[in-house]
Design a protein. Sequence first.
Length: 674
Amino acid sequence: MIETCKSIDSFDSLVRLLGEAFSSPETLNHSFLKPVDDFPAVGAVLVNVQEIRESYDLLFGIGNQYIENALVNAFTSLGSIIEDSLRRKGDRKGNEYLNQLIIFFLNPNLQGPEYTTSALPAIMKATSYLPVYLQVTLIKIWSSIGVEHLKYIVDVLNQFITLEILTKSSSTGHLFHEDNSIVAAAKCMKLVFLASILGGKFEQSRGLGVASNITPSSIYSTDELTSELNLDILSCREPLIACDDFVNEILNEQMDMSRDFTNYKYGEPKFSFLNYPFLLNAANKSLGLYYDNRVRMYSERRLTALMALMQGDFESFNSPYLRLKVRRDHLIEDALVRLEIISRDNVADLKKQLIVEFEGEQGVDEGGVSKEFFQLIVEQIFNPDYGMFIYNEARRQYWFNPTSFENDAQFTLIGLVFGLAIYNGIILDVSFPLVLYRKLLGRKGCFEDLEFSHEEIYKGLVEMLQYTGSIEEDFMVSFAVGYQNIFGEKISHELVEGGMEKLVNQENKEEFIERYSSFLLNDSIKAQFEAFKRGFDMVTEDSMLHRLFRPEELELLLCGSKTFDVEDLERSTEYDGGYSKDHPLIRYFWEIFHGMTIDEQRLLVAFTTGSDRVPVGGLAKLRLIIAKNGPDSDRLPTAHTCFNVLMLPEYSSKAKLQDRLLKAITHAKGFGLI
């Protein structure tokens, strides 16, 4: 037909044909079909993808705008027809019903303005109305259609969301949560995200016949689509598309997280991006978690007041908080004993807002005192003298000591401290390998995790896995492992019954690797980790934590960002009491700050905020405030760590400011009222 139209120099007949064909679900669903079996597998691609691409190339190679317009109009009409068809109750539709959508998303011009204004919104909306069984089928098709095409769809959808936000953000009162086009794009993106996971590389079960996994309590664990797909997202080690590629930064910058959280708590029919966490960055997820935790704290406070009113015991109204009164020189004993009593007598009290008081100090805890409390308690808990954790000097990380003599209760209390830190928005100065966070979200450690927890052992096992010679003669390894306890005594453990006599060979090396990996990351520390997780879950089991965060994001939430960007801090700092960014003393301050060592910079941040850890989203999230504290004097700078306020007298010179600052941050300890 193209050749005929060229010969008569008129493409009218082709334009009419395209308009009719591409607006007809019946026509498209039976177009470009490839030979298949009588009973094709669910999720099989029924169309010839290469022929579709060649057809688009032929059509767009003509360079006729009317052809492009005909396709745009046809697809716009197609979207409305599909939507109407799906809304009507009818017969169950087969796999071939999805061919029209596959044909549409193979169009290479979807990022053009002609499509983003009409055709793309119509098709996305229609796709969002697919019943679950067809969504599952489409996910399976997309998971096998090729990573390049899947990445193209992600780019198309992300561009659409970005353009919608940028063009509508200036509209008074415009809410992205109520924008049908953006909502439809988010729902389509979910299908692509799950396709990326489904088509990715999953954990392998080497030699044991069954996977060593446990049921996770993590992201999408109760989602209808993942249930139908029997898909465990956390077991995917390498998705087709990196998870970060789904995050839309413009959306994250512009969205109203407080309103989104309200929609999330209200539930259907309100739309919330928190139900589509792959679109959100870690900073917005942590903000959503913060709102959720605060709601729980206020709920506990109201419940305490109500119970006091009903029982006539108004003295109990004095404890709507989780109060910890500790002595600096007996920090561990005081804190853990108090927490043990609370966790045993009334675990619900752990959901109250934490208030810490150092005995003999007048500081009122609005967040800053708690920060120092957690910092000090972590320093002591992970002291090698306790023998509860092993420190890896090379990776600067801790791991559970399998031969620790501390009882399970101690590890439970430490897990409780970690849970309280997250619940109260405190970042801890501690580093664990990523496998810990995977285990906290319901996975078991496996061979791949050893690369970042037991690096030298991992390299040796990889060498064994790749070795083609005689492992029995050259490695001489049996199904038994040896290690030392804290007294240096050698302990032997058999990985299988009779493991001392069973040598590793080419046939059983994968079984050995799996059992050895599981021993190091699971079996040898089972009692310690389960106690730790039990304490952690006492605080976090009912929160949004498990369904919002991936393991790497959970690590970021607990330990903070590793990027210490002082430029971010300077740009985001605010001024009060007569100071401004152009004030001479403020210019001196930043010159001094930039000239400090990284350790001194961290000391100054800790002096001002109560912690030297970088929050999720970077130093800009600290919202540091520098306020004037009177005229020039010999007084040292002070800080309100609860509100991240640095109080600076108007010192007469740069040298004096530098001297006073260094003295303050070097010798700062304790809290008082000024």
